[in-house]
Structures are given as structure tokens and as C-alpha cells.
Design a protein around this ligand. Structure first.
Ligand SMILES: [Zn+2]
Length: 271
């Protein structure tokens, strides 16, 4: 089955606007690992397809898949945890210029096993993203990751939640919010009744803002990047609270009220 969320990631590479950090998450561990490899290849491939897929045969692609590319760093947890000693050297690696390719790629497998110290070190790296470095974090459970790390990464679902992404519902909610306060509460109540839809719909909404932000930054959209970023933060905070079993209706009502303000401002700057 195609993973459209991942395909969007590659498309953005083809358009020369990759994110500086990604979190791949979900139950499909093998697919996640393979996709990280594909993304690593595509970030350095000399002859990408139009959709951003790597050619697989150029020297950069081959070295990446063999694990011998000097600009690829792939880290596995040291048994039960990923410790500060494994993460600290990354900051130095990130400061260096790429040796052969255009981009240095750092993959961290099983990133939920980061110790607090290691997570904080990684956060510093994400806060001042060095140029020409892309981080790809892989994790089975996104709930175990620090929200401050997540908020700096493009999140890509693998497995069940990828199939369940509900982009249309997400967009319908956002478009309806400016109309009336009642509408916001109506959506909150209907999602509260369909608990299995909750997470995918919120994730889809987050992705809408992320796409708007990408458009804004590349000069192709009327959106204000900071407002998009704020909206994404609000949605992620809500997802985090829902994972902590906070009352879903309250979380949704408060989220939709906040988003309503943002949506009512309409297109955030004049075209
Ligand atoms: Zn290639």
C-alpha cells in the first residue's frame, strides 16, 4: 500500500525544500527503516525522479544503501537506551560540511529510547539546525517522544495511522470553524463520539498547517508561517494531552476555539 504521507516528503525533496528533521513513527518498523533509507538516498541522489524517488544506481545511492556513504550516520540504541554519548558527537558531525553529497543525513533508530540527557542534547541540535544536515528519527510510539522535539520535526506516520489519515475531515473542520462558535463545538462533540477518528483527523489538520507553512516559506502561499507554526503547536499539544487521557471533549473544544481565531484571520497576509 502506498504511504501518501511519505510520498509528500519525497515530493518536497524533489522541489528542493526538505525539512531539516523528520520523525517517522508507527507500527511498520521495516517499512519505516526502508523509507528512511530511501529518503537518505533521495537527499543525495544526483538523478531524482520527478516525484523525488532516488535513482538507486548512482554512486551516492549505492553507497547510501550499502551504508558506506561518508555523509550518512546511522545510529542504533545501545541496548536498552540511546545515551548522551551516542548523541553528543552528532552536533560535531552536523557542523561539518558534507564530504561527497549535498546533504549530511543522520538517522536515529528507536528514538523513543533516548535518555532525557540525550533527548536534550538532540533538542539543542534541532533548535539551531545546521545547514545541509537532515535528521530522521524513527520510533514505534510517538507518545514517548518529547513534545519539544516533535514540534521541530515533520511527522510521518507508518502503519495503521498512515492509512487512517483523514485529510478531508480535517480540511472540512478548518473551513467550517470561522462560520460559528456552535460549529466548533459541534465538531468537537462529533469527534468525541468517534474516538478512533480523533487522532488521524488532528494529524491531518496538523499536516494542512505544515503544508501551508512550507508554501509560505517558499513564497508560494498567502499564509503567515509563524501563525501556521502556532497552529501546529496547538494541535500537537492537544494530541499530547489526548495521549495522557485528558478529557477529549475539553481538549477539542479548547483547540477548536483557538484554531477558530486563527482561521477567522483568514489568509494571513495580503497576496
Ligand atoms: Zn541516485
Amino acid at each position: 500500500m502506498r504511504n501518501q504521507a511519505f510520498e509528500r516528503v519525497l515530493k518536497n525533496v524533489a522541489m528542493n525544500r526538505p525539512s531539516h528533521a523528520y520523525v517517522f513513527y508507527g507500527s511498520q518498523e521495516e517499512e519505516m527503516r526502508e523509507s528512511a533509507l530511501i529518503l537518505a538516498q533521495s537527499l543525495n541522489c544526483a538523478c531524482l525522479t520527478e516525484d523525488g524517488f532516488p535513482c538507486g544506481v548512482c554512486p551516492d545511492c549505492r553507497k547510501t544503501s550499502q551504508g558506506t556513504h561518508p555523509d550518512l550516520t546511522w545510529i542504533l540504541p545501545d541496548e536498552a537506551s540511546m545515551k548522551i554519548g551516542q548523541v553528543r558527537p552528532l552536533r560535531e558531525i552536523a557542523q561539518r560540511k558534507p564530504l561527497e553529497g549535498a546533504t549530511k543525513v543522520i538517522v536515529l533508530e528507536d528514538a523513543r529510547k533516548l535518555t532525557d540527557q540525550a533527548a536534550n542534547s538532540l533538542l539543542k541540535l534541532l533548535e539551531e539546525p545546521p545547514r545541509a544536515t537532515v535528521l530522521i528519527l524513527l520510533t514505534l510510539k510517538i507518545e514517548n517522544m518529547l513534545p519539544t522535539i516533535l514540534s521541530r520535526c515533520w511527522q510521518v506516520p507508518f502503519g495503521e495511522s498512515a492509512a487512517r489519515l483523514e485529510p478531508e475531515t480535517g480540511l472540512r473542520i478548518l473551513e467550517s470553524l470561522p462560520a460559528s462558535l456552535l460549529e466548533a463545538f459541534r465538531w468537537a462533540a462529533s469527534l468525541d463520539k468517534e474516538k478512533d477518528k480523533l487522532e488521524p483527523v488532528l494529524e491531518a489538520m496538523e499536516e494542512i498547517y505544515r503544508n501551508r507553512m512550507v508554501q509560505a516559506v517558499s513564497g508560494g502561499g498567502p499564509w503567515d508561517p509563524l501563525t501556521c507554526c502556532e497552529a501546529q503547536g496547538l494541535i500537537r499539544e492537544a494530541l499530547w494531552m489526548l495521549s495522557r487521557n485528558v478529557n477529549a471533549l475539553l481538549v477539542l473544544e479548547s483547540l477548536f476555539l483557538d484554531l477558530r481565531k486563527i482561521e477567522r484571520a483568514g489568509r494571513f497576509r495580503s497576496e
